[in-house]
Design a protein around this ligand. Structure first.
Ligand SMILES: CC(C)(CNC(=O)c1ccc(Oc2ccccc2)cc1)c1ccc2c(N)nc(N)nc2n1
Length: 330
């Protein structure tokens, strides 16, 4: 970044902070985005860049100090003993290479990555006691989320009773398929109701419902991707964790692959960048996770994001008709 004087940094931050806070409030509390994710992400990364250069300019109301959604006042709140982290994100292969270099320098050798599609939904935590689902919650701000247990019990691909009496927490993404999104919006249009802007907002608006019967009337799905406590499971890699989740009856996205170094990652990104419009669920990128869990623990996490994973973000999807026009024009 071109070096800013402290004065210039202060002026730019004074403009960026309220703009990001306004966009975030609309995105989380009203379930309706006012800008595309990549516009928000780019300005947010600019804020982080400047705050990194001048840490004493960070203010408590800066968006970098509040992670994730603001929980609505009318939901019971839950505290996440282990925070639900968000993800650092990159937009180019050169930034991917920088991430990989940082990892290899830190651990001293090449690492395997488990590469996964980044599902464009909302993060969900499920807690089981002796194999029984006892709590479902949203990420909220990462530490305090919303209790949506009764709503989660209406989601058909979430097991209410596991095949083994395990007591643990699992996390994943709750999403609405494109097919269900179109059906729901058609129904709302027929009833003269406001339609949802995109499947992510439709999923958020359906899960964060005070009336579980409304949630039950919407077809929500999940892809689970994290077992938070591994002690009583002999799982040593992220890839094994996904296989264990599937074996226990959770819905797991079938595309995850282990790759060594970056070439496999780039192939995965190219492959699913092309397949994206044909998938029945929204993806907004690809997530690289250091596959070995002990290495993940060595690398640790910052306050907001794990150091051992990164999200490579795709450009925003556009309405089908617009994409065809642009293709023919080119
Ligand atoms: C990686 C993680 C951020 C989950 N992981 C965590 O939330 C998490 C939480 C505490 C962790 O460790 C801690 C333990 C104790 C204290 C603090 C952190 C580690 C990871 C994430 C988030 C969104 C994802 C998404 N949309 N799609 C896919 N495919 N994967 C995703 N993965």
């Amino acid at each position: 970044m071109a070096a800013l004087t402290k004065e210039q940094a202060n002026e730019e931050l004074a403009k960026i902070r309220p703009q990001l806070n306004e966009w975030r409030d609309a995105y989380y509390t009203k379930d309706a985005p006012v800008v595309e994710d990549n516009v928000y992400d780019k300005l947010y990364n600019r804020l982080l860049e400047i705050e990194q250069q001048y840490p004493d300019l960070v203010t408590s109301d800066s968006p970098s100090q509040q992670v994730g959604d603001v929980t609505l006042p009318d939901f019971n709140k839950v505290t996440h003993d282990i925070p639900m982290l968000s993800m650092g994100d990159v937009f180019s292969e050169s930034e991917l290479a920088e991430f990989n270099d940082r990892i290899e320098k830190n651990v001293g050798h090449e690492v395997d990555y488990n590469v996964e599609l980044k599902i464009d939904g909302l993060s969900l935590s499920l807690i089981y006691e002796n194999g029984i689902l006892v709590q479902g919650s949203t990420r909220g701000n990462g530490t305090i989320g919303e209790n949506v247990t009764e709503n989660v019990k209406t989601i058909k691909d979430i097991p209410q009773k596991l095949s083994r009496p395990l007591s643990f927490e699992v996390r994943g993404e709750c999403f609405m398929s494109k097919k269900e999104f179109l059906r729901l919006n058609q129904e709302r249009e027929n009833e003269g109701q406001q339609v949802f802007a995109n499947p992510r907002n439709a999923a958020a608006g359906s899960l964060r419902q005070l009336d579980p019967k409304v949630t039950a009337s919407r077809k929500l799905d999940t892809f689970m991707y994290t077992i938070v406590t591994f002690d009583d499971l002999n799982v040593t890699t992220q890839h094994e964790a996904l296989a264990t989740l599937k074996e226990l009856g959770f819905n797991v996205n079938p595309t995850a692959q282990i790759t060594t170094g970056l070439q496999g990652v780039k192939d995965f990104i190219e492959h699913y960048g092309e397949l994206r419009d044909d998938l029945d669920y929204g993806i907004d990128g690809v997530v690289l996770k250091v596959d070995d869990l002990a290495t993940q623990r060595t690398l640790g996490n910052t306050v907001k994001v794990p150091r051992w994973e990164i999200a490579y973000k795709f450009p925003p999807e556009q309405a089908e008709s617009v994409v065809h026009e642009i293709t023919w024009t080119i």
